[in-house]
Ligand binder design. Structure first.
Ligand code: NDP
Length: 297
């Protein structure tokens, strides 16, 4: 079997287009543009690239982008003061504090300071609780993007066996919650799981969020399963001195067995910012009390 390739890049482009349409409608109804504020502390090169891309894509969708770049030696108190200001600013609908933060800051404390109704990253414990109890809130962007791709590929996920490899707060755990909400039978695997290949082999849906290059092999995959590869790992490329990106799934062998699979790059990666923009326009409507059928985006 040769798997169908799930084109996350194309899906994300379509999602950004829908967000743009809804953002224009929001502006017409509210008399202002929806706004996303991103706070970056320090000079981590990968974070700088993410923040730049977020800013560009926010503007391209017809929303306002506010960037707050703080030096690496900023105190936690000063960062919390910036977050408080953004909480109080009516032009800001969504707030994202780029992680990781420098080691002298307590990430949980900073996330807890964000108004949960502006927490478009979905990391605040209030939103974690809302997700696990089925209340409307904000869901972390990467796992929500994965579910969107799965539903686009498979339609209803009800009754399917899903295995999520990884139990982080930003991917694995919210992914499991979302799949439970879609009525899948969910197993969460991690570094202490016994006989991981056998566990993965049970799955109709495999989500790999491990951070280990090409760990999940083709022989672990049930024939015809749908494989979502969240991993982004930079490894040495074929040419000396060059690097390339690979996922947590061994694409060459897995694509021979799976029914459908996301590639790396071009699969889950592009979904994350697109879903962030979606969450921001949803926040704008909720905060302004303007009705929106959220299922259409
Ligand atoms: P974390 O490091 O926070 O979590 C990794 C998880 O994988 C842990 O639960 C860990 O288990 C588990 N794990 C590690 N080794 C093994 C193993 N040998 N067997 C089974 N499980 C194992 O990573 P994240 O969740 O933050 O990210 C995962 C991957 O997704 C990374 O490659 C990251 O770059 C990528 N990513 C991509 C995003 C995107 O936009 N596409 C966004 C976010 C992440 P334990 O808990 O027991 O330690």
């Amino acid at each position: 079997m040769t798997a169908q390739i799930i084109d996350g890049k194309a899906f994300a482009a379509g999602l950004r287009e829908r967000v743009g349409t809804v953002a224009a409608d929001f502006e017409a109804k509210s008399g202002r543009k929806a706004g996303l504020a991103v706070v970056l502390v320090g000079e981590d090169p990968a974070s700088q690239v993410y923040v730049r891309n977020k800013g560009k894509q926010t503007l391209a969708c017809g929303m306002k982008s506010f960037e707050h770049k703080l030096s690496a030696d900023t105190s936690e108190a000063d960062l919390l003061a910036v977050v408080e200001k953004l909480n109080a600013d009516p032009a800001v609908d969504g707030i994202l504090v780029q992680l990781p933060l420098p080691s002298h800051m307590n990430e949980q404390k900073v996330i807890a300071a964000i108004n949960p109704d502006k927490d478009v990253d979905g990391f605040h414990v209030v939103n974690v609780g809302r997700l696990s109890t089925g209340l409307p809130g904000f869901v972390p962007c990467t796992p929500l993007g994965c579910v969107m791709l799965l539903k686009d590929q498979l339609g209803s996920l009800s009754g399917l066996d899903a295995v999520v490899v990884g139990r982080s707060n930003i991917v694995g755990k919210p992914m499991a919650q979302l799949l439970i909400a879609e009525s899948c039978t969910v197993t969460v695997a991690h570094s202490r799981t016994q006989d991981l290949p056998e566990v993965v082999r049970r799955a109709d849906i495999v989500v790999a969020a491990v951070g280990r290059p090409e760990m999940v092999k083709g022989e672990w995959i049930k024939p015809g399963a749908t494989v979502i590869d969240v991993g982004i790992n930079r490894v040495p490329g074929a040419e000396e001195g060059k690097t390339k990106l690979v996922g947590d799934v061994d694409f060459a062998s897995a694509s021979e067995v799976a029914g459908a699979i996301t590639p790396v790059p071009g699969g889950v990666g592009p979904m994350t910012i697109a879903v962030l923009l979606r969450n921001t326009i949803v926040a704008a409507h909720r905060n302004a009390g303007i009705e929106l059928d959220e299922s259409t985006i």
